[in-house]
Design a protein around this ligand. Structure first.
Ligand code: BES
Ligand code: MN
Ligand code: ZN
Length: 454
């Protein structure tokens, strides 16, 4: 059980009452004269997230009132674990599972290098909630956040592969890892080219789980453990946040852990090309031509467009398996962030029904997703004079789209969803602490549950 959610406790717990902002006047009118004076002195107006202790008949602090805007979202309770004094609490009225999850996600702290100054408040939940499912969701998102927050120095391909191995082992899944020059032998030249200049050898992680006769779904995650830009080196500001460039890998490992813990009746395969885009004498260069897995030759226009290169070999391998669905998560372009900002996940999809259902799941899960078009006429921007394609378009306009169009060359006619994500909260919000974040994971899991769940 997550530390922040309890199903049993020896302590007496303090009641929490949610007060909808719109009902504040009526609610206030029903308070005792003593409580009313506390409310007035503290200027409590039931604004969303506002909290206040209220007294019992003897005038001692007894219960907590929390303002609530009426939305069913992560933020409802997400500010409370660190907004209230440590201790055990319970709710006086029913909320949704998403709102309880918001409490658990709001209790997250990345404490690998700095101990938590304050213990989070704990919520005692009744058996009306599915504690195991909440725990699984919280554990999956915690894993994703921890992997992203861990700096590259401690999360190079070897470490990322060890994390993947652990996820596989804990769930009875298989895990094959192809390392270094073996990538060349097995025809993953693009993954090798991008990762070969690092002190830590590039590798392809391949997790398998589930029953042979269940429908096959393949998850692919961009695992660039650090993106210096390569020889087309990034600016200091551009490089500063690039420990998160394995965010896609962190997403698919978290999602896979959730799928396996919830025993979704699918056959799951998870592919993570894990590399560091580093600079050394043997680094790949602008102008080089790579022979990729499915035979397409790629002229390197820019070594900083490395994500699509490691993904193209992994996507080609995924397509060979003829799955029902391929879903990739990638911190692929700055352009996607210009398009939809840092708090919405950009989604591309070659199947309108799948796209619509994932969009709706995102709304329900408070996990916003917005679809961008695979606008085929833009493929002309990927033309090369000497190879089948370049890796980076001739024009910066529509950069997220041209990146997605590049990937699409490698997935054949298979249903495919591509997420170009931020994987990071630039600012703190209730339930969404600053730092590494899972984006689109709850939407996709809810979609898969709707499609395959029994
Ligand atoms: N990892 C970056 C994309 C990125 C940048 C994600 C900032 C989130 C925040 C990716 O490898 C990259 O460098 N993309 C380039 C592509 C360009 C060279 C065509 C970009 O977006 O600028
Ligand atoms: Mn890059
Ligand atoms: Zn990158």
């Amino acid at each position: 059980m997550a530390d922040s959610l309890l199903t049993t406790t020896d302590e007496t717990s303090s009641p929490i009452e949610l007060v909808p902002t719109s009902e504040f006047e009526t609610w206030q009118a029903e308070r005792s004269p003593l409580a009313l004076s506390w409310l007035l002195k503290n200027e409590f107006t039931a604004k969303s997230g506002q909290t206040i202790w209220l007294p019992d008949d003897e005038g001692n602090p007894y219960s907590v009132a929390v303002g609530w805007n009426g939305d069913d979202d992560l933020a409802t309770l997400g500010g409370l674990p660190y907004g209230l004094p440590a201790g055990v609490y319970h709710l006086t009225s029913s909320v949704t599972e998403l709102q309880v999850l918001g409490w658990a996600l709001g209790a997250y702290r990345f404490d690998r290098y700095k101990s938590n100054e304050k213990e989070p408040a704990q919520l005692l939940i009744s058996d009306e909630y599915d504690a195991e499912r909440l725990n699984n969701a919280e554990a999956a998102i915690t894993l994703t956040r921890d992997l992203i927050n861990t700096p590259a120095g401690d999360m190079l391909p070897t470490a990322l592969a060890e994390e993947a191995q652990q996820v596989a082992d804990a769930n009875g899944a298989s895990c094959r890892i192809t390392v270094g020059d073996d990538l060349l032998e097995q025809n993953f030249n693009a993954i090798h080219a991008v990762g070969r200049a690092s002190v830590d050898a590039p590798r392809l992680i391949d997790i398998g789980w589930g029953r042979e006769d269940d429908p096959l779904v393949i998850l692919v995650g961009k695992g660039v453990c650090f993106d210096s830009g390569g020889l087309d080196i990034k600016s200091a500001a551009g490089m500063r946040t690039m420990k998160k460039d394995m965010g896609g890998a962190a997403h698919v490992l978290g999602l896979a852990q959730l799928i396996m813990a919830e025993r979704l009746p699918i056959r799951l395969r998870v592919l993570v090309p894990a590399v560091e885009n580093a600079i050394a004498g043997n680094a790949y260069r602008p102008g080089d031509v790579l022979q990729t897995r499915n035979g397409i030759t790629v002229e390197i226009d820019n070594t900083d467009a490395e994500g699509r290169l490691v993904l193209c070999d992994a996507l080609a391998l995924a397509a060979e398996d003829q799955p029902e669905l391929i879903i990739d998560f990638s911190t692929l372009t700055g352009s996607a962030r210009s398009a939809v900002g840092a708090e919405i996940s950009a989604m591309f999809c070659n199947n309108d029904d799948v796209a619509q259902d994932i969009y709706r799941a995102g709304v329900e899960q408070d996990d916003p997703v917005w679809r961008l078009p695979l606008h085929q006429p833009y493929t002309h921007m990927l033309e090369s004079k000497i190879a089948d394609t370049v890796n980076s378009a001739s024009s910066p306009y529509g950069g997220a789209i041209t990146a997605a169009l590049f990937l699409q060359k490698f997935i054949a006619a298979i249903d495919w969803v591509h997420f170009d994500i931020m994987a990071f909260n630039n600012r703190h919000r209730p339930g969404r602490p600053a730092g590494g974040e899972a984006m689109g994971v709850r939407a996709v899991f809810a979609y898969l549950l709707g499609r395959y769940g029994s």
